[in-house]
Design a protein around this ligand. Structure first.
Ligand code: GDP
Ligand code: IMO
Ligand code: MG
Length: 424
């Protein structure tokens, strides 16, 4: 068996949680491979709404195992207090969640560092989620991080104290007074205490070498879906650097974040919205800073699942999507939030960039706001959508995108609920 991957092709929030939820009945395991509590994946079913940050989106299916892989970073406070507690009545987390012993911990001081580093950047700040993501991955790659498996060992307390001290020193050297920074509305000391309590609670959950779990399951013929977080344009190598997150969000990240070889990758589902959004700073060539942008924001309810920040909105960007398909080796496309465009007379899509007077579909090394997007306008379908019928204009719109990307679009999402889909 091969492991399929589902990931976002834009700047995140493409609807990955919902799409995974739709696909899970055919999978035995869903596994997260990167990112951390910066992610916010929304699932809606039976008139209920859930937002997951670290737990994979297969957790509500009784017979699906859910794996938090080694590439994911974990904040025990959020995992216990913001996720497990809220979903406990609806999911058997003790039975169905498996955490990699090799996952790195997001320490309370990583969150302080995130605040301090963002503040130090002033108007060049990334607009991070302030969840400690950058500093935790930086410690991981500079070999100073603490893995969750080490929390089970006697030397943990000493290692924690040393790393904490070095972080506090760093913050002081930057000229910040950490007592002024609140984490989850708490003082550092209060947060740290709750973080430690949550870490103790977490020890009651299944922590294993998930690379064995995944590879053994593949050998037994089990179907596995790897769940991406963030999106391709936030990838630390291929995204709009430095306005990116600190992990590899692309398909290759599934190999390193779960411990599976590239030969084991099967389908790659690439997910994108019918328009484009971005939270935080950074280039956004097709951004609409006008009434239309506001319209998409309101109609699409474009407010961050993790930070509640308004998401910047713009038209779909096909050259960027083509690039994302290329670096991920996408095999199947899913388009989401098509219903948000239902009332529009016409819909624009960026088909080319004008660079130095010349048209190109290739993404230049310096992607900045001086690029001029060139748009194609298509007629809207001007009607509510249902799962059983596709208006002609929508079919034309979908076929244009599929032809441009040279890929098949197999699922059209037309609402937030697990039932709101058109199989194309
Ligand atoms: P993720 O991070 O990729 O999982 O996406 P988020 O959950 O952060 O944001 C997607 C938002 O759009 C959530 O509020 C979903 O409930 C919602 N959503 C997903 N698919 C659709 C869709 O097809 N139409 C509409 N209107 N909303 C959708
Ligand atoms: P999901 O999985 C949208 C953005 C932040 C910021 C940049 C770096 O829900 O799609 P970080 O906290 O990672 O250091 O922030 O990345 N960002 C996301 N934007 N969806 C996400 O996750 C995101 N995770 C991080 O807003 O611009
Ligand atoms: Mg999200």
């Amino acid at each position: 068996m091969k492991i399929d991957v589902l990931l976002g092709l834009q700047w995140g929030d493409e609807g990955k949680g919902k799409a995974i939820d739709v696909l899970t009945p055919t999978y035995d395991i869903v596994a997260r491979f990167q990112g951390g509590t910066n992610a916010g994946h929304t699932l809606e079913f039976d008139n209920q709404k859930f937002i997951l940050h670290t737990i994979p989106s297969g957790i509500f299916r009784e017979n699906t195992k859910n794996v938090i892989g080694n590439g994911v970073i974990i904040d025990p406070y959020i995992l216990i207090n913001k996720e497990i507690k809220s979903i406990a009545p609806f999911a058997d987390v003790k039975k169905n969640l498996f955490i990699s012993l090799k996952s790195n911990l997001i320490l309370p001081t990583h969150r302080l560092l995130d605040h301090a580093q963002e503040a130090a950047l002033g108007n060049r700040k990334i607009g991070s989620t302030l969840k400690g993501i950058g500093p935790t991955y930086a410690d991981k790659t500079s070999r100073k991080g603490i893995r969750i498996g080490e929390a089970l060992l006697p030397e943990f307390k000493e290692k924690y104290a040393k790393l904490k001290q070095s972080h506090l020193q760093l913050i002081e050297n930057m000229g910040f007074d950490y007592s002024q920074i609140k984490i989850e509305g708490l003082s550092f000391e209060a947060f740290e205490e709750q973080w430690m309590t949550a870490l103790e609670t977490l020890k009651g959950y299944q922590m294993v070498s998930t690379e064995y779990l995944i590879n053994n399951a593949l050998s037994e013929g089990k179907a596995i879906l790897a769940e991406g977080a963030q999106g391709t344009l936030l990838d630390v190598d291929f995204g709009t650097y430095p306005y990116v997150t600190s992990s590899n969000t692309i398909t290759a990240g599934a190999c390193s974040g779960l411990g599976v070889g590239p030969s084991k990758i099967g389908k790659v589902y690439g997910l994108f919205k019918a328009y484009c959004t971005r939270v935080g700073a950074g280039v956004f060539p097709t951004e609409l800073k006008d009434e239309m942008g506001e319209y998409l924001q309101n109609k699409g309810k474009e407010f961050g699942s993790t930070t509640q920040r308004p998401r910047r909105c713009g038209w779909i960007d096909l050259p960027l999507l083509k690039y994302a398909c290329m670096v991920n080796g996408v095999t199947d496309l899913i388009i989401t939030k098509v219903d948000v465009l239902n009332d529009l007379d016409s819909i624009k899509m960026c088909t080319d960039y004008k660079v130095n007077g010349k048209l190109t579909q290739e993404i230049p090394f310096r992607l900045d706001d001086t690029l001029e997007p060139v748009y194609k306008t298509m007629p809207g379908w001007k009607q509510e959508l249902s799962s059983t019928q596709i208006p002609r204009q929508l079919a034309e719109y979908i076929n244009y995108i599929a032809d441009y990307l040279n890929q098949k679009i197999f699922l059209i999402s037309i609402g937030p609920d697990r039932k709101d889909n058109i199989i194309f």
